[in-house]
Design a protein around this ligand. Structure first.
Ligand code: CDV
Length: 313
């Protein structure tokens, strides 16, 4: 590929960052905040807004309950449901698509940390269930606050899909998924051009507090690397600020296929971060350095490992 080319596939994307959601904040109040961000998006002709992980409630896995059903009121039994329908209506009226993270309770009683992708006409494009579930599943009162995602959510076996939408190829991942290279590569192998990632990342990491001052660095490090190594846009969107006494990272960012951050949040509150994402720009990387068909060598990776043998830790 030589030189630059003009593109018809410039998608104006917004990262709809949220500040804290209080434990007693009702759904309808949160939905109102989300619609407020859609209003900002409409003013700026944004076509797609990415909202954070578990964007409808406080981050409830920080509290232990003996019975899982003790937290069922934080879960959605349908999407849209009665309380989220106004968000779907508002988005469709404005011609804006969105991704939304929420706690999903299926008809057969399974619980997932899910994100739904909705097109500009209100149709549901796809649904992603978080693959890498961090934290722990039993009460650990020694922590200043808990991270009981492994108690409340199943690990998804569905993997990382990519959907034709927004005139491009769009994928999703959720919070801890963004730290794993396989997340991006699985979608990269399907040609992904835009990955939407919501997160709730406490600054304090109880198992190893030496990582606390590096939270912002690690957040951008993994998303920038994932974008560059797969020639894709990445939108990382936080629920940040201090929620129920727990400080969480903000720093929502829109990252180009070059790995460069092109727009970033400046607050820890509700904020819309906007960038024009030229989906054709992905080709600069997908057709050159990261031309998978030409240069990637999965057969050699396996062979070399076999020859050397596995070194026991
Ligand atoms: N919600 C998350 O998945 N949070 C994790 C924390 C617990 C490390 C994260 O990777 O940001």
């Amino acid at each position: 590929m030589t030189g630059l080319r003009s593109s018809n596939r410039v998608l104006r994307v917004g990262a709809g960052q949220l500040g804290p959601i209080a434990r007693d904040e009702p759904r309808h109040a949160v939905v109102k905040r989300l619609i407020g961000l859609l209003d900002l998006a409409a003013e700026r002709s944004v076509e797609l807004v990415a909202f954070p992980e578990l964007a409808l409630t406080t981050f409830f896995p920080r509290w232990y309950t003996e019975e899982l059903s003790g937290h069922d009121h934080y879960f959605e039994r349908s999407m849209p449901g009665p309380e989220t329908q106004p968000l779907f209506d508002a988005a469709r009226e404005r011609g804006i698509g969105f991704s939304l993270g929420y706690a999903e309770l299926t008809e057969d009683g399974r619980r997932f940390n899910t994100t739904v992708l909705v097109e500009r006409d209100g149709s549901i494009v796809g649904r992603f269930r978080k693959v890498h579930i961090p934290g722990h599943d039993t009460d650990e009162p020694w922590r200043p606050f808990q991270h009981l995602e492994r108690r409340y959510f199943e690990e998804s076996e569905d993997g990382f899909g990519v959907w034709r939408a927004f005139d491009g190829l769009v994928g999703m991942a959720t919070c801890n998924d963004r730290r794993w290279p396989e997340t991006y590569r699985e979608m990269g192998l399907q040609g992904v051009e835009l990955i939407l990632i919501g997160y709730n990342t406490p600054i304090h990491y109880a198992p190893d507090p030496t990582q606390n001052p590096l939270q912002g660095f690690h957040n951008h490090l993994c998303m920038q690397a994932g974008a560059y190594q797969n020639g894709t846009w990445v939108v990382g969107v936080a629920k940040g600020g201090t929620e129920e006494g727990v400080e969480s990272l903000a720093q929502s960012a829109i990252i180009a296929p070059s790995g460069q951050i092109v727009a970033q949040a400046v607050t820890t509150a509700d904020e819309l971060v906007v960038a024009d994402c030229d989906l054709d720009w992905c080709r600069h990387y997908k057709d050159t350095l990261f031309d998978f068909a030409r240069y990637r060598r999965p057969e050699a990776y396996t062979r070399i490992t076999a020859q050397k043998g596995v070194i026991e830790p």
